[in-house]
Write a protein that binds this ligand. Structure first.
Ligand SMILES: [Zn+2]
Length: 220
C-alpha cells in the first residue's frame, strides 16, 4: 500500500475527519488532504507524530520501503516487535527484546557499551570462536566461523541429566553469543553452541530443538 492509502485508512478507522487529524499532528486540513491524494508525503517530524498516534512504524507508514532488521540480534522487524523509546516513539533500529525504554536490555550489550561498544564485542566474538575451534575438540563439530547475538529465551533448552533430573543452563533474560552448526558426520542432529563471558556450552539436538543432549558445559 502507498502512504496516501495508509494514512486514509488509518484516519478513517480511527473515526477522525481530516480536520481532526490535522489538529492532532499540528498541520492544516489541506496538508492532510494532500497526503491522501498522494500530492505530498508528511515531513519527518510529522511522520513521527503520525507513527505515535497510529502506533505504526514510520517504515510501515511509508509503505514498507525497507525490510527493517534489528541492529543487535538481526531479527526482521515488524511493527509488533520494534522497540520503543520512553516517550513512546518507535526506535526502528532495534527489536523490543534488545532495546526498551531507551536502553539496551541485553546484558552483553550493556556490558560492552560500558567497556567500548561494538568493537569490543567483535573482539570478544573472535576470542570465543578461537576457543570453540582450538580448545574443545568436539568430534563432529565443524569449524566455527561466526557467532550471533542470541536472546536466552529462544535458546534455553531443557536437558535431562543421567539421573533423570531436568535442567536449564541459560537465563531467558540474558543474551549470549552462539550458533547452530550441522554435524560433520551428517545425520539429523545439529550442534548448538552458546557462550558468554563466563561459560561455554555445546549441545546437540534434532530439528526444532527436539531431544537436546548436553555435550559440554564448561566455565571459561
Ligand atoms: Zn534484537
Amino acid at each position: 500500500m502507498e502512504t496516501k492509502d495508509i494514512i486514509f485508512e488509518l484516519r478513517t478507522k480511527k473515526g477522525l475527519s481530516q480536520e481532526e487529524l490535522a489538529e492532532k499532528v499540528f498541520v492544516t486540513r489541506q496538508a492532510v488532504s494532500r497526503w491522501e491524494t498522494g500530492e505530498t508525503i508528511p515531513n519527518t517530524e510529522t511522520l513521527k507524530l503520525l507513527s505515535q498516534l497510529f502506533d505504526m512504524s514510520i517504515n510501515t507508514l511509508l509503505g514498507s520501503p525497507r525490510q527493517l532488521i534489528c541492529q543487535c540480534c538481526g531479527m526482521p522487524l515488524e511493527d509488533s516487535n520494534i522497540s520503543k523509546e520512553i516517550d513512546g516513539f518507535f526506535n526502528e533500529e532495534y527489536c523490543k527484546w534488545c532495546y526498551a525504554d531507551g536502553e539496551y536490555t541485553l546484558d552483553i550489550w550493556k556490558r560492552y557499551a560500558e567497556i567500548g561498544g561494538k568493537e569490543k564485542l567483535e573482539e570478544f566474538k573472535q576470542q570465543l570462536i578461537h576457543e570453540f575451534n582450538t580448545l574443545l575438540h568436539i568430534e563432529g563439530l565443524p569449524k566455527v566461523e561466526n557467532l550471533n547475538v542470541l536472546s536466552g529465551e529462544f535458546i534455553n533448552m531443557e536437558y535431562t541429566l543421567p539421573n533423570g533430573e531436568k535442567v536449564k543452563f541459560l537465563d531467558d533474560k540474558q543474551t549470549y553469543l552462539g550458533s547452530q552448526l550441522e554435524s560433520e558426520f551428517g545425520g539429523d542432529r545439529c550442534f548448538g553452541i552458546v557462550a558468554n563471558m563466563d561459560f561455554i556450552l555445546i549441545a546437540t539436538y534434532e530439528a526444532n530443538g527436539e531431544n537436546p543432549e548436553l555435550v559440554i558445559y564448561k566455565k571459561r
